[in-house]
Structure formats: structure tokens, C-alpha cells
Ligand binder design. Structure first.
Ligand code: ATP
Length: 239
């Protein structure tokens, strides 16, 4: 069977379904979720608590494989149901950047070391990694805080460092799970704008799970989930 998908797409999911448990405890957390994200596109994923957003994001992030359906990244079939078509660990490290609700920075490392370590883990020398890390922090407006540990930074600054770390290996896709939940609306908007900038400048496909409707104008496309089903609200731009 021809599995080819559009290589211009950063991400394509086909009919992702996830069933947790079995029998009486069975939960269908996601049903036939289909999404296309072009390179350079930034997508908001909305939906009430329990609607399946994290299940979807962790499937695309190759952390929690679906029960059925396929995940393509840059046109390449990566997951066919729970069958990996590549080495997931190294693929994830090279191609996917994650940003979480809390920055999850390593507390005993400085801002620059938090970014540097991600680059070194991908095989760069520490000198090259440090230069790249400094440039990323500069680009994200926190270059002057490079030597501070996370506890010395504000929540917004920590999230900027976390975005720098997610960008460390120039990923094809960035997945963010409520990255602005701990920020006030001004800082939250700034972080959302950063994602849009990163998507447009680096050609990455970005999916941001958010409950925050105030910054939706920053996104190219909006999807919603409800009871495990995914759809595009009628007022959003078509793909
Ligand atoms: N490991 C699991 N085992 C069983 N059920 C699960 C598991 N993880 C999630 N679920 C269920 O799957 C459904 C979808 O959960 P999910 O966490 O994906 O929703 P969500 O939209 O991300 O919610 P929230 O906004 O609260 O984070 C929920 O009914 C949840 O209880």
C-alpha cells in the first residue's frame, strides 16, 4: 500500500485513535484525529479538559503511540499504530522540540547550560553547543540572563529559555502543552508570538495546546477537540 504523504507538510496525522484500558475500564481518548500542519504553520489546539488534547500531542510527539492511525513527519511515515518505522528516541531528539506548561528547566544548571546540554546530547562539541545556545538565548531576548539559574528568572524568562531549548536542534516540529498557563496575559501573548515567529522563520510546524482564547489571532489555524474527536471550527481559515 502506498503510504506516501505530502512532504511539504511538517506533520500529518491520519485517523489517530487511542484506547486506554479494556472492557469496563476502556476509554476512547481520541477518535480518528486528522490534522495537517504545513512547514511554517502555527496551530492552536483547543478543547475542554479530558477531550484528548494531551493524548493527541503525545502521539504526535512519539511518546504515547496511538492504538490505530498514522503519524507522518515531513512526509515520512513514523508511526503506524504503535509500530515505529524509525528509531523513535533519536528521531525525537533530532526533529521534535517540546515545551510544557512549566518550563521544566534543570534547576542546578544555568540558562545557557540548559540549552547547551540539549545540543551536546545531539552530538555537538561543547564549544559549538555553547555558541549556538547563546545565539538562541539572544534571539529570544534572554541572552543577558544566560548565566542565571532558572530560579533567578521570571516565569516568562524561564519559558523563553524553554523555547530556546526546544529549538536547540532546529526541529522540524515543536509541540507545546499549555506553555502559557503559568503566565499573565501579556507574557502569555509574547510567548505565543514567539511560537509564530519561530514557525515562520525556521519553517517548523508548531502545535500549541491552549485554553487561552485571548491570543488566538496569533495562530494560522485553530483545531478543537471534544470527546476525543478533532475538528476545525467553521470560522477558522481552511488549510
Ligand atoms: N493513561 C491513561 N489511562 C486511562 N485513561 C486516560 C489516560 N490518559 C488519559 N486518559 C483519559 O483520556 C481522556 C483524554 O485525556 P487527555 O489527557 O488527552 O485530555 P486533555 O484534553 O489533554 O485534558 P486536560 O486539558 O485536562 O489536560 C480523558 O478521559 C482521560 O481521563
Amino acid at each position: 500500500m502506498n503510504q506516501a504523504a505530502d512532504a511539504e507538510l511538517a506533520i500529518e496525522t491520519k485517523s489517530l485513535t487511542k484506547i486506554y484500558g479494556s472492557g469496563n475500564t476502556e476509554v476512547v481518548a481520541m477518535r480518528d484525529a486528522c490534522m495537517k500542519v504545513a512547514r511554517g504553520e502555527v496551530v492552536a489546539l483547543l478543547g475542554p479538559s479530558g477531550s484528548g488534547k494531551s493524548t493527541f500531542l503525545t502521539a504526535v510527539g512519539l511518546i504515547n503511540p496511538p492504538t490505530s492511525g498514522q503519524v507522518f513527519i515531513r512526509g515520512q511515515l513514523i508511526l503506524d499504530a504503535d509500530q515505529a518505522q524509525v528509531n523513535l528516541r533519536s528521531f525525537r531528539r533530532q526533529h521534535i522540540g517540546f515545551v510544557f506548561q512549566k518550563s521544566n528547566l534543570i534547576p542546578f544548571l544555568s540558562a545557557i547550560e540548559n540549552v547547551q546540554i540539549a545540543i551536546e546530547l545531539n552530538g555537538q562539541s561543547s564549544r559549538v553547543a555553547r555558541q549556538s545556545a547563546q545565539k538562541l538565548l539572544d534571539d529570544l531576548g534572554v541572552g543577558d540572563r544566560a548565566d542565571n539559574r532558572p530560579s533567578m528568572l521570571s516565569g516568562g524568562q524561564q519559558q523563553r529559555v524553554a523555547v530556546a531549548r526546544a529549538l536547540a536542534n532546529n526541529p522540524s516540529i515543536i509541540l507545546a502543552d499549555e506553555p502559557t498557563a503559568a503566565l499573565d496575559s501579556h507574557r502569555g501573548r509574547q510567548v505565543m508570538e514567539l511560537f509564530a515567529q519561530v514557525a515562520h522563520e525556521h519553517g517548523a510546524g508548531v502545535i500549541v495546546v491552549t485554553h487561552d482564547h485571548r491570543a488566538l489571532d496569533v495562530f494560522d489555524t485553530t483545531y478543537e477537540m471534544e470527546d476525543g474527536r478533532m475538528f476545525q471550527p467553521t470560522h477558522s481559515q481552511p488549510n
